[in-house]
Write a protein that binds this ligand. Structure first.
Ligand code: GLV
Ligand code: MN
Ligand code: MN
Length: 414
């Protein structure tokens, strides 16, 4: 069989990588001009194949062939195009490009599917602009309302819906934009692995069994600004010192958790007034906790919150805690995973079944429809950084496996 083209995939990845604001790595926050430039590039590729583009009221973008219409449940492939600050070229992009390449292959190979084919781009997967991971896919499955999106703001105070409105992107008003199994019968997402399991095992394909659950918080410690030289140590209410203790506690509590698999990260810190000779008055930090075991995740989160309350009390500062994102772990569809396994076996391509420690749009989508994921190796396991890399030949091999699975998954029962 003529397979996916690594050359075309390379061209897509390079073009989308250039849709970036300046700085090291890829910088493409949701609903910025560079974000829409990336969506427009994908739309141009899809338009050339006869697909129309629809943007949901949450800023997610859907593509189907004009003659297929929007009424029948599709077999969909998707991922995201937004990026973390100073991120890589492949995270999310590989999955969207895989979806474009599949549309090309359906055409080139004259493959007839049993259902309409759909490409789906979810907005704000990283949560890097509006502070809540998986916002677009959550809205897509009805777990965030328009009211919730109106409340979510970026660092400059612009809300999710304002940012979407400001870009002039026409929104598909005749659809609520909330999807279920009646709209999509099978959702597949290809993603880079973002770790070293496949590379170490020298296996080209990961078939994802399940995805971790996640809790993200924003904690703000408020103390009292004062003179760094004139204020004795015992008279201080130092918000940054409290934050430092909280950061160390997140690391310690995640490391000590019962599953041995919990991860805990403080990746964002904002300190005010941030001057060498002023005792800090306000320090905000993010907390990101993950585990495949929902009960362990719950327990670690409780311990972290208790510790934060204790630190605040002991240091005479105030701690405000907001839960900014929460998703329970999921097991992915055995029907769709089976189709991936059979496709890999038919083509003689090696695979490993494995869990995902990163979260993906499939985590939310799997709550309301059948969803599955395929991983391709990450060089050196690097991700969420400019060094993120995967050979385009490896993405192409993933597309070949995906295409075989889609053919099986699109077959209608009976
Ligand atoms: C998304 O990339 C995540 O796992 O945070
Ligand atoms: Mn990511
Ligand atoms: Mn991603």
């Amino acid at each position: 069989m003529v397979g996916a083209s690594a050359e075309r995939i390379h061209q897509d990845i390079e073009t989308i990588a250039n849709c970036s604001s300046p700085g090291p790595g890829t910088n493409r926050l949701s609903f910025t001009p560079e974000y829409w430039a990336a969506v427009d590039y994908v739309a141009a590729q899809m338009a050339a194949l006869g697909y129309e583009r629809k943007t949901t009221p949450h800023g997610n973008t859907r593509f189907r062939r004009r003659e297929a219409g929007w009424d029948e449940p599709a077999v969909a492939v998707g991922s995201h195009l937004d990026a973390v600050p100073q991120g890589g070229r492949f995270d999310g992009v590989a999955g969207v490009v895989a979806g474009v390449e599949i549309a090309r292959l359906l055409e080139d190979l004259d493959v007839r599917l049993g259902r309409p084919y759909e490409l789906l781009i979810c907005a704000e997967e990283e949560g890097a602009r509006f502070g809540s991971v998986l916002a677009g896919s959550k809205a897509l499955v009805g777990r965030l309302t328009q009211g919730d999106l109106a409340q979510m703001t970026d660092a400059g105070g612009t809300s999710y819906l304002q940012a979407l409105g400001e870009t002039g992107e026409p929104v598909w008003a005749d659809q609520g934009g909330v999807l279920g199994a009646a709209d999509v019968a099978a959702y597949y997402e290809l993603h880079i692995e973002q770790s070293v399991v496949l590379e170490t095992a020298r296996v080209p394909i990961g078939i994802v069994q399940g995805i971790v659950g996640i809790r993200q918080y924003r904690v703000t410690f408020s103390g009292v600004a004062n003179h760094a030289g004139a204020t004795p140590m015992r008279l201080r209410a130092d918000s940054l010192a409290a934050a430092a203790q909280a950061i160390a506690s997140v690391e310690a509590l995640a490391t000590a958790a019962a599953s041995g698999l919990t991860v805990g990260t403080v990746g964002m810190l904002v300190n005010e007034p941030n001057a060498a000779n002023v005792i800090p008055a306000r320090t905000a930090l993010s907390i990101d906790l993950r585990d495949t075991d929902a009960a362990v995740l719950e327990e670690v989160a409780e311990r972290v919150l208790e510790r934060i309350a204790r630190i605040a009390e002991e240091r005479q500062v105030r701690a405000q805690v907001a839960l900014t994102a929460e998703s329970a772990p999921v097991v992915l569809s055995s029907r769709l995973r089976g189709a991936l396994v059979r496709s890999a076996e038919r083509q003689g391509i090696g695979y490993l079944e494995m869990p995902s420690g990163a979260v993906h749009d499939a985590l939310e989508i799997a709550r309301v429809m059948d969803a599955a994921m395929i991983f391709v190796p990450s060089i050196g396991g690097r991700s969420h950084c400019p060094e993120e890399d995967t050979p385009c030949e490896a993405v192409a091999l993933g597309v070949d496996v995906l295409l075989g699975a889609i053919q099986t998954a699109s077959a209608r029962a009976g």
